[in-house]
Design a protein around this ligand. Structure first.
Ligand SMILES: [Zn+2]
Length: 377
């Protein structure tokens, strides 16, 4: 029988950093799936060398279960690894490699679970999805979901195996990333009245953002999160060329992490209106608020079939919420598919040097997936 640790070693050896191709990994997984009797549906991404893959086992009905994971990993640049990040290395029961927790451990468990299942006896299908470019804003899977929506793809639900220490996660916040672009007019600083100071405009926008955050902390609340409100934060600010020049451009990158039910378009309209007002009141400046990336949050009911299946398979009655984002909300948004998040390893070890997953965690995930798949016979 295929071994999950050995499979993880194979997958970890493909350096599928989001900036690079994932084609070799997808080909490798596709060959194993085909050999196990699965049907492959590969979809080339918008960028060369990038692929999504859907693999299906069992009959073609709409009542199957989807297991999904991203094939890309974050870079290792500047990190002080004890061993080669693309060679799975065991030390003290810990299996170290880039992606061990996030999330090639789950991809390996997905592959071996599919190979262990008796595809001929499935009465409902098992689907596996491998996506790309998750780590740079859940970009890649959108093409595949769009295609599946057009093809009226249906399933009972989806499990995304991001590292949750095998806890069954039914919710996380959604995210909007954006840019506040403040344009002014350059002038000699000796006569600032001839110009319009873009940095000062940006400062006024920061003021507006601070007030909006203060309001949000009096609004909608979800105590399942450590920060139980929608948050609005400025992450970077860039502007100015020299001290004696009135700056003509300044840019703030901001992020909104919103809880379920928050009216994010109203929030963006508020920011946009503040920008228009401040621009109009300035000496010829403008402020534009632009969204650069977003993904929806997740709020899957406890009573959803997939939640119940995952809870039973994980031998627990407890659901939870997490502080990081996943592709889950995109599945629900595009396909109306109820999605939970449950996988081996821990997000606390992800994106760092010496990332790892343990043998025990992989074994627990193997059993979890066997019990999920058992519901399809
Ligand atoms: Zn991940």
């Amino acid at each position: 029988m295929p071994d999950t640790v050995a499979t993880l070693a194979e997958l970890a050896a493909f350096p599928t950093i989001s900036a690079d191709s994932n084609e070799a990994l997808i080909r490798h997984a596709a060959a194993r799936i085909t050999a196990a009797g699965g049907r492959i549906h590969t979809l080339a991404g918008a960028k060369p060398g990038k692929f999504n893959m859907l693999a299906s086992f069992g009959p073609a009905t709409g009542a199957g279960i989807v297991l999904s994971g991203h094939s890309d990993v974050v870079p290792v640049t500047g990190q002080n690894w004890q061993t080669d990040p693309f060679t799975l290395t065991e030390r003290d029961g810990k299996l170290h490699a880039r992606g061990a927790s996030d999330m090639k451990g789950f991809l390996a468990a997905m592959l071996t679970a599919a190979q262990r299942c008796d595809a001929a006896k499935l009465t409902r299908p098992l689907h596996l999805i491998f996506s790309y470019d998750e780590e740079i804003g859940c970009i890649g899977v959108r093409d595949l979901l769009e295609r599946l929506r057009a093809e009226h793809f249906q399933a009972q639900g989806c499990i995304i195996g991001e590292p949750t220490e095998q806890r069954v996660i039914t919710g996380h916040k959604g995210k909007i990333a954006g840019c506040v672009c403040c344009r002014g007019r350059a002038a000699h600083s000796a006569n600032p009245a001839l110009g319009c100071n873009a940095i000062m405009l940006a400062g006024e926008m920061l003021h507006e953002m601070r007030d909006l955050q203060a309001e949000l902390t009096k609004g909608r609340r979800d105590d399942a999160y450590p920060f139980p409100f929608t948050s609005l934060h400025a992450g970077t600010i860039k502007g100015g060329v020299a001290l004696n020049v009135v700056p003509d451009y300044c840019e703030i990158e901001f992020e909104i992490r919103h809880i379920a039910g928050e009216d994010t378009s109203a929030l963006l309209r508020r920011l946009g209106a503040a920008g228009e007002r401040l621009g109009a009141a300035s000496n010829g400046g403008t402020v534009e608020v632009r969204v650069t990336n977003d993904y929806p949050g997740v709020e899957t009911p406890r009573g959803a079939a997939i939640t119940q299946i995952a809870l039973a398979a994980a031998h627990t009655e407890e659901t939870g919420k997490i502080g990081f984002g996943t592709e889950a909300g995109l599945f629900t948004q595009a396909l109306g598919m109820e999605t939970v998040i449950c996988g081996p390893g821990s997000i606390d070890r992800a994106h760092k040097a010496d990332e790892y997953v343990t043998r025990d965690e992989l074994a627990a995930c193997d059993s979890f997936l066997d019990r999920v798949i058992a519901t399809l016979y």
